[in-house]
Structures are given as structure tokens and as C-alpha cells.
Design a protein around this ligand. Structure first.
Ligand code: SF4
Ligand code: SF4
Ligand code: SF4
Length: 389
């Protein structure tokens, strides 16, 4: 699949349609728990090879440069097998597709360059992921089709049934993101199957020192950029998901918002017209289901377990280390550090915005950040060296 599959082209063009159909019906549908055979029977106006709108990580695009003839062979084979009058290739508006454009031109396949596939406009077409086309061409070339996934931005192939984590170090993991869905690390032991990639092709580790809420917020923001805004539930749902995740990281949310997020997610997963809405709801539902304790820790416990969310941090001056130089007072944009030359500085916690600038500049490393209880500190200005705990 990751080599140029020119051999498949000949089979795609020379085999009788019925033989072709039998041969390729076992190819997987990337992102689904089904095979191509389940969709070949119906009438379709055109076979369209495209990447899903939600695939924000873009790795299958690598297939275009590694296996351009394979993608075209897959497209032609499916077109002939299902008797569709037309085939179309849809390309993102990016550089690096010259080999695929050339292969499409050689096979007389029309190309549309667009970053967003309007699923409604293709409701009478058979839209197939590029990875499915590459799987078809593998079958035609006599190779067992493997499942492509982007691990750390690099495209790898995983044999169906082999553990999904065979390409990932399993230490220090809190979660694994597959596409836009967050799983517990146990997913790494699961056998690879095309349906695991319904919300995108990337397999990304989330380490123990990352905040799952921040990771989910970033994913929702990526999807928001891809949202076309035509479906009300997707548009509003993505906005709400973003606000809810942001509120959790900024210590501004209530438990009731999680129930609302669950309701929106359940409605959106069925109502979404394209993969963007489905990926967004899967992102939200997977965090609610698999990482509810971490969400609650932020909301009820007022603590980010990984210590990443600034809103839960508190800064204080360690009276044993402070030398009273005043550098932090100068650096504080909120003027919320009290002090004098030779005296231990004191931070006004109520006014502090947790920007961390004071800690950056302190030459003694005397300013600490914590999510736990602050130790005993001076209550009034105290000379350096005079404080006793
Ligand atoms: S689900 Fe979202 S991105 Fe997809 S068509 Fe609807 S509004 Fe657009
Ligand atoms: S910069 Fe550090 S050492 Fe200097 S006054 Fe502030 S806390 Fe104390
Ligand atoms: S964290 Fe920022 S706002 Fe708070 S005391 Fe330090 S410099 Fe001032």
C-alpha cells in the first residue's frame, strides 16, 4: 500500500467487471465495520475518491505521493465493478499532489481541488476513502491489504488483527487519541480494524502529564475550523463543546454542563451529515465516558490532575529562598506583589492572574507554583532571614 501499485492498474482495466467485483468486494471500507461488497450493489452516479472532512491530521494524504497509481487503480476498479458512469478524485488544496494529479490525468479521471467535501452534493455517489482505494489496489496486485494509520505524523501500515499499539511505546500513557476519539491505553492491545478510524487516521499518545480536557479542547478547535456551518446541530454543538471544555480548564464550569454535553453529543452523532459532526460528538462522548473522573476533578475538586491548567495553579514566594531583590515586583503585570528591598515578597493571591512571569524572572527560584495547599507564609512584610515557620 505504501509503494506505488502500478501492477493493479492493469487488472483494474483488463478483468471482466463481474470478476473484478468478486475480487474486490472483500476490501475494507476504511473508517467503517464493513466491506466494499456491502456498498457495491446499489446504483450510483459516480465513484468519488476523497479524504473525509474530519481527518484533520491529513496523514492519508501521504498515500497520494507513495501510491498514486494504486489510488487511481482502486478508483477505476470500483467504477467498473459497480457500473458507475463516472469517477472523480477530490484533492485537498495543498502542495505535494503532483504524482497523483499526473496519474489521474493518465487515466482520464477528472479531479476537483477542494478542502471540504459537500456530502449532500454527493448523496447519489459512492464516496470512498483513499485508504479503501489503496486496499482495493492491494487486492488486485495480490497483496494483503493493511490498514494505514498516522503514528506521530508518520504513515504506517498495521496488519488487520495485529495489536493497534504495535507501533507505539506504551509507557507513561494516560490516553490514546485515534482520530478525534479518546481511548484508555487498553485500546493499544486491541486488534487493528478499519472501523477504529471512523473519526480520523491518527493514533496519538496522550501522556500522563498532559491534561485530557486540554487535549480534547484542541481537537474540538481543529474540528471547528473544518465545520462548514450548514448543519445547526454541528455548528452549535461544536461551539458548545469548545466552550464547555474551555470552561472546565478555566475553572468556570458546573457539573450540569457535562450532562448537557452528553445530550448534545448523543444527538449529534446521529444527526451529523459528515464526519466533522460525528468526530466532534465522538470526541466529547469518549472523554465523558472514559475520563469522567478527570473532568470531575477539575469541576468539583478544583484541581487539574496533571497540573497543566493554569486556572487551578497558585503562586507563592518561598520565604526561605527569597532574597528581597524586588525583580518579581517589577515583572508582575498586575502589581500584585508586595515587597521592599531586603524584605520577603508577598503575592496577593486574589489579584494574581497566574501568568507565571514572576517565577520566570526570580533569580533565586523562590517563586513556586502549586495546585495543592499553600504552606505557611509571612502575613506581613518580613525581613529576609527573619521568617520562622
Ligand atoms: S456535519 Fe458539520 S461540517 Fe459536516 S456538513 Fe454538517 S455542519 Fe458541515
Ligand atoms: S525575585 Fe525572587 S528573590 Fe527577588 S524578591 Fe521576588 S521572590 Fe524574592
Ligand atoms: S503569577 Fe503573574 S500576576 Fe501572579 S504574582 Fe506572578 S507575575 Fe503577578
Amino acid at each position: 500500500m505504501l509503494g506505488d501499485n502500478t501492477a493493479a492498474l492493469e487488472s483494474a482495466l483488463s478483468l471482466p467487471a463481474e470478476t473484478l467485483r468478486e475480487k474486490i468486494s472483500s476490501a475494507y471500507l476504511y473508517g467503517a465495520e464493513a466491506t466494499l461488497g456491502s456498498v457495491l450493489g446499489g446504483r450510483c452516479r459516480a465513484v468519488v475518491g476523497a479524504l473525509p472532512n474530519a481527518d484533520a491530521d491529513g496523514a492519508p494524504a501521504t498515500l497520494a505521493s507513495l501510491n498514486p497509481h494504486g489510488l487511481i487503480a482502486g478508483l477505476l476498479a470500483v467504477k467498473r465493478a459497480c457500473g458507475a458512469p463516472e469517477a472523480l478524485l477530490v484533492l485537498p488544496r495543498e502542495e505535494g499532489f503532483a504524482p497523483l494529479l499526473q496519474a489521474a490525468a493518465q487515466a482520464d479521471i477528472p479531479v476537483e481541488v477542494r478542502d471540504f467535501l459537500d456530502v449532500r452534493a454527493h448523496k447519489d455517489d459512492l464516496v470512498l476513502h483513499w485508504a479503501t482505494l489503496a486496499a482495493v489496489s492491494d487486492i488486485l496486485a495480490g497483496n494483503p491489504p493493511e490498514i494505514p494509520a498516522a503514528v506521530g505524523g508518520r504513515l504506517v501500515e498495521i496488519a488487520p488483527g495485529k495489536a493497534i499499539g504495535s507501533n507505539l511505546p506504551a509507557e507513561n500513557l494516560k490516553a490514546v487519541r485515534i482520530g478525534s476519539t479518546f481511548y484508555t491505553p487498553a485500546v493499544l492491545g486491541e486488534p487493528a480494524r478499519p472501523g477504529l478510524f471512523a473519526t480520523g487516521s491518527a493514533i496519538e499518545p496522550v501522556s500522563n502529564d498532559a491534561c485530557i480536557v486540554q487535549a480534547a479542547f484542541e481537537q474540538v478547535m481543529k474540528l471547528r475550523q473544518k465545520c462548514c456551518g450548514k448543519c445547526v446541530l454541528c455548528r452549535e454543538g461544536l461551539f458548545q463543546f469548545g466552550e464547555i471544555f474551555r470552561g472546565v480548564t478555566e475553572a468556570k464550569s458546573a457539573l450540569s454542563e457535562l450532562a448537557l454535553a452528553g445530550e448534545i453529543g448523543a444527538a449529534l452523532i446521529d444527526a451529523a451529515v459528515c464526519s466533522v459532526g460525528k468526530a466532534a460528538s465522538s470526541c466529547m462522548l469518549s472523554v465523558l465516558e472514559g475520563f469522567g473522573e478527570e473532568l470531575k476533578s477539575h469541576i468539583q475538586g478544583k484541581k487539574c490532575p496533571s497540573g497543566r491548567c493554569q486556572a487551578f495553579a497558585r503562586y507563592y514566594v518561598n520565604p526561605m529562598k527569597c532574597r528581597g531583590c524586588g525583580v518579581c515586583i517589577e515583572a508582575c503585570p498586575e502589581n500584585c506583589i508586595e515587597g521592599a528591598p531586603g524584605y520577603i515578597s508577598m503575592i496577593d493571591d486574589a489579584a494574581c492572574t497566574k501568568c507565571g512571569k514572576c517565577a520566570e524572572v526570580c533569580p533565586e527560584g523562590a517563586i513556586a507554583r502549586t495546585q495543592n495547599r499553600i504552606p505557611n507564609l509571612p502575613r506581613r512584610l518580613t525581613k529576609v532571614g527573619r521568617f520562622r515557620r
